[in-house]
Design a protein around this ligand. Structure first.
Ligand code: CP3
Length: 348
């Protein structure tokens, strides 16, 4: 270690998230655990996704695999944004190649009122999985996560993945009170899920609002921001950095930051120096290599990595990541090489 002082005890990820000095840029990848890894595919063979997510030994092993293989600076807890909904009692499944599919879409007041809540005692396996994963990680920080109210609502209202979110927007604008009730309930579920992970040892959390880029800024501020803010405020007392990320959010970066993020996640569409300017230099940033570039030849890929590291220096802190999740057919050796490049190029 080159720098001195009490903060050097903290993991790189936490220091970067707090805007503290780092000796190199920390790196991890959204969806680093998953189908890009042959050792993951072997473990998951014949085990449905939701069942895997509720089996602590499997969760631990899958979460640790990418840390072992790639030498990333953080692990992301292996779970899914719909796990807390299923644990609360919502009838849903995760269909391979499709995503979450809900048996009865929630589109009216009665269905929203019937949506169950989640208590920590419904997910003892999640707390156990976090505890044993943290032990196994031996100092590498674990990031917990939850889906933000809008993205969860979209799956529940549409009944599955959606391109246009038409039923979701119809409910939002057609019956704002029911919409707000739905999102308040989802915010409470997400908060419980995050608190369980933090109390069991997660050192940071990420709130994924993956599909919020489908909204105008005006709709975001009126219909979504208060609910995401409730989740982020609901874990503030636990003192871990809160990362907030969505896709296609160039026009929403400031209002997502103002929802209460400590770190703003940026997708690949906005360069980090530009994102930092939009955010008035107020937040450490996370991002933002286009996951499709992992399929490009090394030279242009390396140029993109270097450009992101340079642009990231504009911000008060930078955590290197992709601009969205690792694609399933990605060559894992390329991911390892990206980690090595980030580490060597960013060494101070
Ligand atoms: O490494 C990690 O990032 C941790 C694991 C993780 C998963 N889902 C595992 C998973 C995380 C952080 C998520 C979050 C998640 N789930 C989000 C937010 C992040 C994002 O990508 O925007 C969203 C929108 C979902 C909903 C969801 N679940 C989708 C879109 C899919 C993919 C469907 C498919 O098969 O292509 C899932 C299923 C899922 N979640 C898989 C994994 C590893 C694939 C399941 C399988 O292999 O059977």
């Amino acid at each position: 270690m080159t720098s001195q002082g009490p903060d050097t005890e903290l993991p790189l990820l936490i220091r970067a998230a707090r805007g503290l000095e780092v000796e190199r840029t920390p790196v991890w990848f959204m969806r680093q655990a998953g189908r890009s890894l042959p050792e993951y595919r072997a473990l998951r063979e014949g085990i449905p996704m939701l069942q895997a997510c509720r089996t602590p030994d499997l969760v631990t092993e899958i979460t640790v695999q990418p840390v072992r293989r790639h030498g990333v600076d953080a692990a992301i807890f292996f779970s899914d944004i719909v796990v807390p909904l299923a644990a609360a009692g919502v009838d849903l499944d995760i269909v391979p190649g499709v995503g979450p599919v809900v048996a009865s879409p929630i589109r009216d007041r009665a269905a929203v009122e019937a949506l169950p809540s989640l208590t920590a005692d419904q997910v003892p396996d999640i707390a156990q999985a976090v505890r044993q994963t943290v032990a196994e990680l031996d100092g590498v920080p674990l990031i917990g996560f939850a889906g933000a109210p809008f993205t969860l609502a979209s799956y529940l209202v549409e009944g599955g993945p959606s391109r246009n979110h038409e039923h979701t927007k119809a409910l939002m604008h057609g019956d704002p009170q029911t919409w707000d009730l739905l999102c308040s309930k989802l915010a409470a579920i997400a908060t419980t899920y995050l608190r369980v992970q933090i109390e069991a040892g997660a050192r940071a959390v990420q709130l994924f609002d993956s599909w919020v880029g489908a909204l105008s800024r005006e709709d975001y501020v009126r219909y979504v921001q208060p609910h995401s803010a409730a989740v982020l405020a609901g874990v503030a007392d636990l003192g871990v950095p809160r990362i907030h990320f969505g896709v296609g959010t160039g026009e929403l970066l400031t209002v997502m930051g103002e929802a209460g993020a400590d770190v703003v996640g940026v997708d690949f569409r906005v360069p980090l120096d530009e994102a930092n300017a939009r955010l008035s230099g107020r937040y450490p940033l996370q991002g933002n290599l286009d996951p499709a570039l992992l399929f490009a030849p090394w030279e242009p890929l390396e140029r993109s990595i270097d450009a992101i590291l340079d642009a990231g220096r504009a911000a008060p802190g930078h955590i290197f990541n992709l601009g969205h999740g690792v694609l399933p057919d990605t060559d894992p050796d390329v991911i390892t090489r990206v980690v090595q490049r980030v580490h060597s190029r960013s060494a101070r």
